[in-house]
Design a protein around this ligand. Structure first.
Ligand code: IPE
Ligand code: IPE
Ligand code: MG
Ligand code: MG
Ligand code: MG
Length: 300
């Protein structure tokens, strides 16, 4: 039987959504607008790629039964915060996200900033509470929390976002573009895969391979995102990135041109999938996710 990624992602995303709903404050809880703003973006229809990667990585190693869902949900909260802030007028100034008006367009800039702040902070509460409940697997969960903080923080995603801002209109070179992409997008994807692998009880050699898989995939994913921003329809992306923004940003298509950027993304996916060979059938979801993540950008 061939593997059905659509079904797989739907099932995993549904489980993640139940967890997210349980962890977030109710809309009826004051201050209602804050909690509504948080839920608005979290349930706006994201692909749940990072939680799915965490769950799929745990399944690929599958040695322990540590609960992965709270960590998967936390990754999505951090990702959603990063998108809310990324869309703000002071950053990319976008008005559509996940097919809906951006958070600040609906709730105003002040609440959008605060909703992001709250999502980021709640993510670490959720992970810390989950870790506190664990027995002998606790040290792995603590390692995950440290790694997620590193991936999201001043040397990770935020560093990438800062460099992305500074590179605007600066005609950056390829090494700079890679540096930015590895951080602004790659770090969280790497942390998602490693979180699942660590919580799943991966051996050292398995963790190494899955880490390399994630590093290839993270870069490929941002290249595909840039190509989609440049070529894709609003219906495909749920965003209406301004074409002038695409040109003025540090993107792979801007530096290499679209054909070479597509070639690079294909090579990276091949590299990612190659790392999964020793895992056999159990890594089928990770394999399919890698092809899907860049397949959206019609690389063929
Ligand atoms: C978009 O991420 C921003 C990037 C880091 C490239 P996704 O494409 O995963 O966005 P959602 O979560 O599905 O909305
Ligand atoms: C966003 O990169 C990366 C993060 C939010 C960390 P982009 O600015 O390219 O993402 P989109 O295109 O707005 O989703
Ligand atoms: Mg941006
Ligand atoms: Mg953006
Ligand atoms: Mg983009």
């Amino acid at each position: 039987v061939s593997f059905d990624l659509g079904e797989y992602m739907k099932a995993r995303a549904a489980a993640v959504d139940v967890a997210l709903d349980r962890f977030l404050p109710a809309e009826s809880e004051p201050p209602e607008t804050l909690h509504r703003a948080m839920r608005y973006s979290v349930f706006a229809g994201g692909k749940r790629l990072r939680p799915v990667l965490a769950l799929a990585a745990a399944e690929a190693v599958d040695a322990l039964t540590t609960p992965v869902l709270p960590f998967a949900a936390a990754l999505e909260l951090i990702h959603t915060y990063s998108l809310i802030h990324d869309d703000l007028p002071a950053m990319d100034d976008d008005d559509l996200r996940r097919g809906k008006p951006t958070n600040h367009r609906v709730y105003g800039e002040g609440l959008a900033i605060l909703a992001g702040d709250a999502l980021l902070t709640e993510a670490f509460r959720i992970m810390a509470e989950a870790a506190a409940k664990l027995g002998k697997q606790q040290s792995r969960a603590l390692q995950v929390i440290v790694e997620v903080a590193q991936a999201a923080g001043a040397r990770g995603m935020v560093a990438g976002q800062a460099a992305d801002l500074q590179a605007e209109n600066a005609a950056p070179d390829l090494p700079t573009v890679e540096w930015i992409h590895i951080r602004k997008t790659g770090e969280m994807i790497r942390a998602a895969v490693r979180a699942g692998a660590l919580l799943g009880g991966a051996r050292a050699d398995e963790l190494k391979r899955l880490t390399r898989y994630a590093e290839y995939l993270g870069l490929a994913f941002q290249i595909a995102d840039d190509i989609l921003d440049a070529e894709g329809s609003v219906a495909m992306t749920g965003k209406n990135i301004r074409r002038d923004q695409v040109r003025h940003k540090a993107t792979f298509p801007a530096v290499l041109g679209v054909p070479a950027a597509k070639e690079r993304a294909r090579e990276l996916v091949t590299g990612a999938v190659h790392e999964l060979r020793p895992f056999g059938r159990q890594a089928e979801p990770l394999r399919a996710v890698a092809h899907y993540a860049v397949g959206r950008a019609r690389l063929q």
